[in-house]
Design a protein around this ligand. Structure first.
Ligand code: ZN
Ligand code: ZN
Length: 614
């Protein structure tokens, strides 16, 4: 720190102290100990660490202007407007300062102020973003609460730990710096976001850092580039362009999905990807989802919404003719192209995109078929996750605050779903309170990948509302017309996102059935064995194997290394001996062993593996 900065800091600290003194004078001081049961302990640790980070930043940059600093998954961040761009070395300095603040064991003290008073004081401190937040709180009539720990005062609703000393000192780390627009709006000023992770124990931090190191190596954006699978372009932000090799994986997943559903008697449908806004108003998406949608105006009188979900299309098909009780369940599966608005800061390779294809289905059933059908969908989930070696856990999401329909119907449905989950998984399922869709409760499935990270993919949602809104009917046994129940479900989530997850799960080394190139033939000499290599290639290709010959001028060793880099499951080396005996020297990915095999024998082996999804 420069001497002049130090002087500024002292002046600032004096001013902070004066402010705190003032605040304490006019505010009724509340309890210093805060309730901790509504939020988990670890979230409170993480959020408290965000305050400590801000305090450390303030020591380093007295002119820092603070945005917001919430707890997030695994840690916390703080958005700060700073006089200069941070460098990685700054994080080490900040970590040391944080440790000193933790050791100083400052209590977190809560106080309340009127909006006008709080605004006046944050204005004096030049904390323009806090002033803006107070103005918003003022409009909504919310209480303004302020937390002080040491010299740092923040606008915050809490809860926090009792004091900074309760933050486990060796169990946090500052991890990265990135840009973030104020309020995630590109029109606003770009701030710097400092990320940190925090855990309850040193060991938990160590394990997390190990997983992250592994995850970085497996980053699907990096591997996607190396293996030439897909790219993104500013001409269509957040919308993936699949290259030929990526499209092979995409199509394999889609075919697998179509195939797996056959046993459960699904019908396939295809619907337009934009619909008149009138239908989005009717479905409730306009009220609940408008800000996340794209709209297209044809002329002044006609506006279309790009579909953020597939449901209305399936419903229009259902309503095209009157159904009988014997027609149900009716299972309409659609690989539906979905478009949703995402803020640019929230996009992340294939994992968070603006346009994607859901492996969707809408199942119309009678009320007496709920249990059986939900079980069938769970069987399908099981069947579809098995080939990938992915463990999963089911979660029941219950009624949200902005629910539609009758509470009684919701309760009954939640009870039914609980019963099914209990029957299948015993107590080994989770509960997500208030996380249901606005039209009904749902079961979500969380996958665990090769390095222990979890991903939410499949979802089964029960819906009593939409069939009523759209007046879907069937004529029952007794001749009366009734409303069916609708199940919305996806298994993979979307082909794009699932592909991103798989790339990281396999670290790019896909099983044979998914590999864009399944076998690479490497002739010892192109001149002498090129013709034989072509013969082998034709045989494999005729059996449906994706096979290529590496006839480049590189040395044999280099060509083998290239195939390894491309993560091709099998290399087939052919030379004099192989040509004479109509065989290939098979070298599986990741090994140095070569096994001689008759060509026909290898064809049988690889096609068998493809068939069995190995
Ligand atoms: Zn706070
Ligand atoms: Zn739907």
């Amino acid at each position: 720190m420069e001497p002049s900065d130090k002087q500024d800091l002292e002046i600032l600290i004096l001013f902070w102290c004066f402010l705190i003194f003032k605040i304490q004078n006019y505010m009724k001081k509340e309890q210093t100990s805060t309730p901790k049961n509504s939020t988990g302990k670890i979230e409170i640790i993480r959020h408290s660490a965000a305050h400590v980070l801000a305090a450390a930043v303030l020591e380093m940059f007295p002119e820092a202007k603070f945005g917001t600093g919430p707890a997030i998954e695994n840690g916390f961040y703080y958005d700060i407007d700073l006089p200069r761009t941070l460098i990685p070395e700054d994080l080490e300095i900040l970590e040391e300062k944080m440790k000193a603040i933790i050791k100083a064991n400052h209590p977190f003290e809560r106080a309340e102020a009127s909006a006008a008073e709080a605004k006046e004081n944050f204005e004096k401190l030049g904390q323009i973003y806090k002033v803006e937040l107070i103005s918003e709180l003022e409009k909504s009539g919310e209480q303004i609460s302020i937390y002080k720990s040491g010299h740092f005062v923040d606008l915050c609703s809490g809860p926090h730990l009792d004091s900074t000393g309760e933050i486990p000192i060796g169990a946090f780390k500052l991890t990265k710096i990135s840009g973030a627009y104020w309020k995630a709006d590109e029109k606003n000023k770009q701030m710097q976001r400092i990320y940190g992770v925090a855990f309850e124990t040193k060991d938990a931090l160590k394990e997390y850092l190990h997983i992250m190191e592994e995850a970085e190596k497996r980053d699907h954006r990096k591997i996607g580039k190396e293996l030439d699978l897909f790219s993104f372009h500013p001409e269509a932000p957040g919308m993936p362009f699949f290259h030929p090799k990526g499209t092979i994986i995409y199509n394999e997943l889609k075919n697998f999905w179509l195939e797996a559903q056959k046993e459960f008697e699904y019908s396939n449908v295809l619907c337009p990807s934009m619909l008149d806004v009138a239908i989005w108003k009717k479905s409730g998406h306009w009220d609940h989802y408008k800000d996340d949608m794209y709209f297209v105006s044809v002329d002044e009188n006609k506006q279309f919404g790009l579909r953020p979900m597939d449901c209305p299309g399936a419903i229009l098909i259902y309503n095209n003719s009157l159904k009988s009780y014997r027609d149900l369940p009716l299972r309409y599966a659609e690989p539906g192209l979905i478009t949703r608005r995402e803020k640019s800061g929230q996009l992340g390779g294939l994992l968070r995109v603006q346009q994607f294809t859901q492996d969707d289905a809408h199942i119309f059933i009678r009320e007496d078929q709920i249990e059986e059908e939900i079980k069938k969908v769970i069987q399908l989930v099981d069947k579809m996750y098995k080939p990938f070696g992915l463990e999963y856990k089911a979660f029941l999401s219950t009624r949200p605050d902005d629910f539609m329909g009758e509470a009684r119907v919701w309760e009954k449905a939640e009870q039914d779903l609980k019963k099914i989950l209990q029957e299948i998984y015993g107590d080994n399922y989770g509960l997500k309170e208030k996380d249901g869709a606005f039209y009904g409760p749902k079961i979500d499935f969380q996958l665990k990948d090769a390095i222990g990270r979890t991903w939410q993919c499949a979802t089964i949602q029960l819906d009593f509302q939409m069939p009523l809104k759209f007046d879907c009917r069937y004529s029952d046994k007794d001749g009366q017309e009734k409303n069916p129940v609708l199940i919305h479900r996806t298994i993979l989530g979307s082909f794009e996102r699932f592909m991103g997850i798989l790339i990281e799960h396999y670290a790019g080394a896909f099983p044979v059935w998914l590999s864009p190139i399944q076998a690479m033939i490497v002739p010892v000499s192109e001149e002498k064995f090129g013709a034989y290599a072509e013969e082998v290639r034709e045989k494999l290709a005729a059996s449906g194997v994706r096979v290529k010959i590496d006839a480049t001028a590189e040395s044999l060793g280099k060509r083998i290394r290239n195939a390894e880099k491309e993560k091709i499951p099998y290399m087939l080396v052919v030379g004099e001996k192989e040509m004479e005996s109509q065989s290939v020297a098979v070298r599986p990915r990741g090994t140095k062993d070569q096994t001689a095999m008759k060509v026909d024998e290898f064809v049988k082996k690889i096609t068998g593996e493809i068939q069995e999804k190995k």
